[in-house]
Design a protein around this ligand. Structure first.
Ligand code: UD1
Ligand code: MG
Length: 451
């Protein structure tokens, strides 16, 4: 699946007003990845000669994310047609007939569910029988605000009518434009430069090039694609609907790769979540970006995991939190109400109850008792805790970093460890217990007299 004679222009400059957000619309994440990154990942395997992303002013975050794609700034945003004009300008002399680019693929940055195979179908169709404009088409359950395709009896597309400009008869058309098309490069600039703003929104509509092409006797055709892949995201409700679709896709993929999801609809995955075989995920688990899970691991209910690596046969949760930089080697157990951040736990290590292990390394076979806390932050700097292999940290211990506990060492329960513990030592860092005979009864009697 590779052709290099097409360029991609991705439109992402719109302010996304309907999202009511400070974040550019295309930066809103789906399954842990910004929408625009989904679009780029979809087209990457098709190897476009160049990808141009049209962004708005103050969208530096988008420009950085899409590198090495070229970005051009559209300011002010005068519509999708104006955005494509600016994108084409960036391709300059590379367009046919003078340059090597035969076709321009236009995609919308707010259409993140598109699959590579589906985009490839559009390119293949164009290869078979080139049309001056080849449109993607879909039949959504609710055509709502989508542009409607108006076709002639012989299947040629005569124009696209925006919902805002459509007559009741046109609104009744069920076949819509999802925001993806191919234009033959040699006609692209001429058609785009002929656009005007005579429409309900006083914008340069990209959709109007279809009517312009038809009027010039150029062929416009459409191929229908599955609606669930090409739905656009314009509102938070549509973002949630798209999230539901992509989650469903990711869960099915995980299960078909040999993962047991006990209640799939309650498990949230990221596009890059990687599972080994025979992983079992109990209900209500959240996987943020950057998680890899080894073979046979068990992730119990209500765990929250992001940017973490779980080794084979690891057991995590219920109610565990693995934050960025958590690395659990094989057979590690992390239990309820344990938080791990930027810490590596060696093979077979256990931290089963109520702990915070941050900026640490814990050797193989070490047991971290209930309620152990690594004090990694002094209010200004972060410091590391190093615990050796086969060590035993007694319950409710506090390890004040920077500090090292040697291999095979014991730390007594309730200790506050502020200096290094040598290998195989037993460290007790708490006040000695004092038992005062009979004083409990005396105290009770005194308190009762006062009451
Ligand atoms: C657009 C189409 C509509 C189609 C729908 C599919 C037009 C005029 N309408 O409507 O026919 O059914 O998409 O989802 O094209 N953008 C810019 N610069 C601009 C305006 C928009 O880059 O000046 C970008 C946006 O960031 C967005 C994309 O273009 O990624 C589409 O814009 P949007 O405002 O969402 O168009 P729709 O109203 O959804
Ligand atoms: Mg849109």
């Amino acid at each position: 699946m590779s052709r290099s004679d097409f360029a991609a222009i991705i439109l992402a400059a719109g302010s996304g007003t309907r999202m009511k957000s400070a974040l550019p619309k295309v930066m809103h994440p789906l399954a842990g990845r910004p929408m625009i990154a989904h679009v780029l990942a979809t087209i990457a395997p098709l190897k476009p000669a160049t990808t141009v992303v049209v962004i708005g002013p103050r969208m530096d975050s988008v420009a950085k994310l899409v590198e090495p794609a070229i970005t051009v700034v559209q300011d002010p945003p005068l519509g999708t047609g104006d955005a494509v004009r600016i994108g084409l300008a960036a391709l300059g002399g590379r367009l046919a007939p003078d340059g090597e680019i035969e076709n321009v693929l236009v995609l919308y940055g707010d259409t993140p569910l598109l699959r590579t195979e589906t985009t490839a179908r559009l390119l293949e169709e164009q290869e078979k029988a080139s049309a001056s404009v080849l449109l993607a088409a879909m039949r959504p359950a609710d055509p709502g605000p989508y542009g409607r395709l108006v076709a002639s009896g012989d299947g040629r597309i005569l124009r696209i009518v925006e919902a805002a400009d459509a007559s009741p008869e046109e609104l009744a058309v069920g076949i819509c434009w999802p925001g993806m098309l191919l234009i033959e490069a040699r006609h692209a600039s001429e058609l785009i430069n002929a656009l005007d703003r005579n429409n309900a929104q006083h914008e340069f509509y990209l959709t109007a090039i279809v009517g312009l092409a038809a009027a010039r006797g150029l062929e416009c055709r459409a191929i229908e694609l599955p609606a669930e892949e090409v739905v656009g995201v314009n509102t938070r409700a549509e973002l949630a609907a798209a999230e539901a679709l992509i989650q469903d896709r990711l869960r099915r993929q995980a299960m078909s790769n040999g993962v047991t999801l006990v209640a799939p609809e309650t498990v949230f995955l990221s596009v890059d979540t990687r599972f080994g075989r025979d992983v079992v995920v109990e209900p209500n688990v959240f996987f943020g970006p950057g998680v890899t899970v080894g073979d046979g691991a068990l992730i119990r209910s209500f765990s929250h995991i992001e940017r973490a690596v779980l080794g084979a046969q690891a057991v995590v949760g219920p109610f565990a939190r693995l934050r960025p930089g958590a690395v659990l080697e094989d057979n590690v157990h992390v239990g309820n109400f344990v938080e791990i951040k930027e810490a590596r736990l060696g093979a077979g290590a256990k931290a089963n109850h109520l702990s915070y292990i941050g900026d640490s390394s814990v050797g193989a076979g070490t047991n971290i008792g209930a309620g152990t806390i690594t004090c990694n932050y002094d209010g200004i700097n972060k410091w590391r805790t190093t615990i050796g292999e086969r060590a035993f940290i007694g319950s409710d211990s506090v390890l004040v970093a920077p500090v090292t506990v040697g291999d095979g060492a014991y730390v007594a329960a309730g200790s506050v460890i502020t200096s290094d513990v040598p290998a195989d030592a037993l460290s007790i860092a708490r006040s000695r217990q004092v038992d005062k005979a009979g004083r409990g009864a005396e105290l009770r009697a005194r308190l009762q007299r006062k009451g």
